[in-house]
Design a protein around this ligand. Sequence first.
Ligand code: SF4
Length: 212
Amino acid sequence: MNDLNSLAHDLDNCASCPLRKDCIAPVGWFGDSHSPLVIVGEGPGGVEDEYGCPLIGPSGQLLDKALWSVKITREHILTTNVIKCRPKGNRTPTPEEAKICADKWLTQELAIIQPKAIIALGGVALKYFRGPQARITQERGKWFRTPQGYDAIATFHPSYLLRLTGKAQIAAKWDVFHDLQAARAKVLETVPDYHFCSDQPYPLFRHFTKRN
Ligand code: SF4
């Protein structure tokens, strides 16, 4: 396996676990396959399953705003998820489900891309890399090395931000802003001329249509 296109073809046909029967189809990744920065979310929700794109629903729209605030647009990085098939009812995938899927697909994606930095978006991604004891509230904003040897930082998932209100939401949004800034700076240490941003946020919905 040596490129993301062939990996995507194999992913389309994956039926390695029971989650496949409850979704429209696996949702892979989006963005620049040569990006030094990869954002790893949890798994597809309803909108992501409908459109076949990671982080395109309400969480993804908030993520795009946060990325824009640190001068990153989506097509210049790669966004993906730990788990590729939407768990029924949008429930949180179990660590076992996450491991089965990510060991099979995410590890191959990362091996192809060889990112300089990974952002683990939320607790499911953090636990996949750090183990089930990891807590996002304690470990966000701290750099760690994944078992595969990539530099990674965890931050809050946008779906968590959307559930917060008032001062708690404002504080968590600032935390995410600083974590995204840190990830951008980490990449620029090794790829100082990397171009992270276009003139406008990337219009994801213009490029994806509903699938069924
Ligand atoms: S969740 Fe992952 S391992 Fe399970 S069927 Fe979907 S793509 Fe395959």
